[in-house]
Write a protein that binds this ligand. Sequence first.
Ligand code: NAP
Length: 289
Amino acid sequence: MSDVTVIGLGEMGSALARAFLAAGKSVVVWNRTPAKAAPLVDLGAVHASTVSDAVAASPVLVVCLSDYAATTGVLSGDGVAEGLGGRLIVQLTSGTPHQARALESWVAAHGAHYLDGAIAAWPRQIGGPDAGILIVGSEALFTVAEPLLKLLAGGLTYTGANIGHAKALFGAALAYFAAHWIGFSHGAAICEAEGLDVGMFGEMMAGMSPSFAQDLRHMGRAIAEDRFDKPEATLKTVSADVARLVELSHDLKIGAAFPSFAAGIFRRAVDAGFSAEEPCAIVKVLRRV
Ligand code: NAP
């Protein structure tokens, strides 16, 4: 048998397959659009023309498709589920904790083993020390799979037995990055409107980034311990600053969607009586439906 099968050869799946090949593993690949297998075959992979062949080829199946619906569709295709018995499926497709739990049950019902994972890396980082992958599921299964999965990411981390937790942590990080991308881009729009160099703005923010790490740790502890009573800047002050961003955006004739949304959240926290607390006390309104 081959060492590993990679199912899904988009940007990320191809990077995963390349990393296994670079480490000298025997790799079988399958993709809905077969042409995407060609560059990997050139590197030594074997192309399986059917999913059933791909499943039969290796004890470990690493899956990286667009979403869980695609995964379920592929694994429940003609004759595929019958071949899953005894296989270890490592699902690295993005999704939700609920989807991970449902897929684990489905996989178990077909006699296969399951680990779920979340990739915190760009495809170009896969196989290197900077790539992060969180893996959850049975620790015994992880121990068996670790030497193989370690080839994908220097930052491979086992995050516990709860099968939903990789996707939960990925969602939590994505929530942070959503605001990071939007916030930086709104700042860039401000710079453009004022004739400032956006590249210089990027450098300025990068220079501040060590303090972001401190701030992240501080917020994590404050929220975990429900301790918001020693602000260096109060939620009220920050709320007024963010509200001013709306005015600034109108003055510069740029969109105000992001600052209006952010100001609304801070306003709700002020109205709820958290003015004198830490800015991250907004979590108390964000928790509410
Ligand atoms: P992508 O380039 O769009 O590739 C998507 C893959 O899913 C392709 O292999 C595609 O097949 C396949 N697919 C989609 N729908 C399918 C279906 N119904 N049946 C069978 N195959 C189907 O996406 P990607 O960037 O590789 O991302 C893959 C996963 O990795 C996603 O869950 C993504 O969130 C996650 N991820 C990506 C990154 C990144 O930087 N790219 C980072 C972290 C996590 P075809 O080639 O036939 O279309």
